[in-house]
Design a protein around this ligand. Sequence first.
Ligand SMILES: Cc1cc2nc3c(=O)[nH]c(=O)nc-3n(C[C@H](O)[C@H](O)[C@H](O)COP(=O)(O)OP(=O)(O)OC[C@H]3O[C@@H](n4cnc5c(N)ncnc54)[C@H](O)[C@@H]3O)c2cc1C
Ligand SMILES: *[C@@H]1O[C@H](CO)[C@@H](O)[C@H](O)[C@H]1NC(C)=O
Ligand SMILES: *[C@@H]1O[C@H](CO)[C@@H](O)[C@H](O)[C@H]1NC(C)=O
Ligand SMILES: *[C@@H]1O[C@H](CO)[C@@H](O)[C@H](O)[C@H]1NC(C)=O
Ligand SMILES: *[C@@H]1O[C@H](CO)[C@@H](O)[C@H](O)[C@H]1NC(C)=O
Ligand SMILES: *[C@@H]1O[C@H](CO)[C@@H](O)[C@H](O)[C@H]1NC(C)=O
Ligand SMILES: *[C@@H]1O[C@H](CO)[C@@H](O)[C@H](O)[C@H]1NC(C)=O
Length: 510
Amino acid sequence: MRSYLELALLSTVAVCASVLTAAGSSTADSNVVLDGGIHVRADVSSVCSQIGDALSSASALYYPGSINYLEDNYHWLLSSSQSSTCTVEPGTASDVGEVLQILGATNTSFAIKGGGHASNPGFSSTTGVHIDMSRFSSVTYNAGASTADVGAGLVWDDVYQELQPHGVVVVGGRVSGIGVAGFTLGGGYSWLTSQYGLTVDNVVGFELVLPNGTVMGVTEGSNPDLMFALKHGKGGYNNFGIVTQITLKTYPIGQIWGGLITYTENTFPQLAQAVANFSENNTDPKAQILTTYNSAIGFAGVTQVLFYDAPTPPDGLFDQFMAIPYFTKDVGTMSFLDLVKLTPSNATANTRGVFNTVSILDYSVDMLNVIANETTYWGSELTWASGFLVSFDVEPFLPSLFSHGTTSASAYPPSRAQPLLPLNLCWTWLDEADDERFWEAITQSADNVKAKAVSFGQNVGNAPLYGNYAIFSTPLEYIFGDQLARLQSIKQRYDPGNVMGLTGGWKVQV
Ligand SMILES: Cc1cc2nc3c(=O)[nH]c(=O)nc-3n(C[C@H](O)[C@H](O)[C@H](O)COP(=O)(O)OP(=O)(O)OC[C@H]3O[C@@H](n4cnc5c(N)ncnc54)[C@H](O)[C@@H]3O)c2cc1C
Ligand SMILES: *[C@@H]1O[C@H](CO)[C@@H](O)[C@H](O)[C@H]1NC(C)=O
Ligand SMILES: *[C@@H]1O[C@H](CO)[C@@H](O)[C@H](O)[C@H]1NC(C)=O
Ligand SMILES: *[C@@H]1O[C@H](CO)[C@@H](O)[C@H](O)[C@H]1NC(C)=O
Ligand SMILES: *[C@@H]1O[C@H](CO)[C@@H](O)[C@H](O)[C@H]1NC(C)=O
Ligand SMILES: *[C@@H]1O[C@H](CO)[C@@H](O)[C@H](O)[C@H]1NC(C)=O
Ligand SMILES: *[C@@H]1O[C@H](CO)[C@@H](O)[C@H](O)[C@H]1NC(C)=O
């Protein structure tokens, strides 16, 4: 008999599935703008009405009390939300330009939200002016060029849905509900990454609105500097302007094979063997796994997602996973979109949480045992907290994952010298009073994992960390690596007034 808790845990395991790794370091960094609140001036509401006057009829402004206001401020994690003074839904790139110019001229804190899945507080929320990009929602397939123009306000599900009738797909999110913009601008680890690289490796162009209101098409040919900068996450972690549209390469896709299996703690040793064997020995770029270790009070389990880019996988490839006694199993031939929808991501609605990450080079049996131990250790250590869930996502891509898209440099990863396989820590809880203890604990846990990886001979002590998974206190050298100086000089050219410094996120300039 399974307990209620086991059932609840195993059925929600997928919540953080497909996410991150952790690595954090605990030094707070002043270059990270955590909370726009401190910059907010008393007259933000007059800035709101100034914006309202400047907008065309394609756009709208909302205040507290309206449903749009609530939806605009909504995030996947409650701790990533704030109550803004007003929200703006721009409907055209030129309106985005109007808004940015007013915000810059009035020195007003603001936020830019795509899908709202930022794991760090204040990265896409503010008490000032909140910009919601949801009106940028079109998908245009260019069959001749094998590309798709995708609006910055979409979630990946919508993009897959639109492209499915054409028999094509883009290199995007693995679970339901993730935003196209933040995901792409941060790097983007996909089910198709071993085959085609990161999402940024598959960007052909951006439409970008500069802080001075200029709307620019950015391509490798027209502007290699900005192209490089934007490939560093979140519009260069939103350092250079607001992206309104992204042009992505498309690839043929048919029915795929995959699904979701859950296992209980007693299978961890067998699972470690299977995952390590896949990680160390698989050479097939169409195969992918995502292994999520979860634990809550007194119970641990794993959610295993399997993926193969064909209606059936080669004989034997996933046999080890299929042979382990499972708790639930939903595996078969389905569409790419159906696989993504198997792991809904909106179940956390009222929880707080944070991510962290470690860059791993080898998911060996020893490494996986460490991760399993961290899972059960924190499951018993955090029992003072209410409603917590700790999870660790193991993401073993092929070591060649960074060999795609190298013709155009990208700021993430800041170095392609090592095949960094992200481990994502995703921890959630209920009580705001527990925030700091969780931030400390998740930092400690990532440090433990990193120290063990180093002790196993993995050269990851100073390895770059994935900014879409890293906790806000991560020192910037881990996010920007050797690319910081180049990014700062590009920033100087396109945002000399540091208008984008008024919004939260990883900052190339204070
Ligand atoms: C359940 C879950 C699953 C995930 N799975 C994966 C995964 O499989 N692979 C992976 O790589 N990552 C994954 N992530 C991490 C994900 O990449 C980040 O959370 C990412 O920031 C989400 O983008 P968003 O648009 O939804 O977030 P938002 O919170 O809307 O934005 C994130 C950041 O991007 C900036 N931004 C948003 N839109 C724009 C814009 N138009 N112009 C400029 N800046 C902008 C925001 O200001 C903010 O700083 C996952 C996260 C969650 C919560
Ligand atoms: C903008 O506001 C910040 C924070 O309040 C302040 O430090 C800065 O000097 C202001 N800049 C200008 C140009 O007014
Ligand atoms: C990887 O393959 C080698 C050679 O077949 C085998 O000896 C090794 O045990 C495999 N690794 C794992 C973790 O199973
Ligand atoms: C590793 O996986 C392969 C399939 O990719 C399988 O043939 C082999 O038996 C596995 N190795 C072990 C030690 O189980
Ligand atoms: C999650 O989203 C789906 C699809 O949008 C919806 O049907 C479901 O009710 C949502 N669940 C929660 C808990 O909000
Ligand atoms: C499990 O992890 C905890 C916390 O990092 C550590 O103190 C303990 O020594 C680990 N146990 C084993 C067997 O590695
Ligand atoms: C805006 O900035 C860009 C980049 O510096 C510049 O080319 C453009 O002329 C500027 N536009 C205006 C209206 O100042």
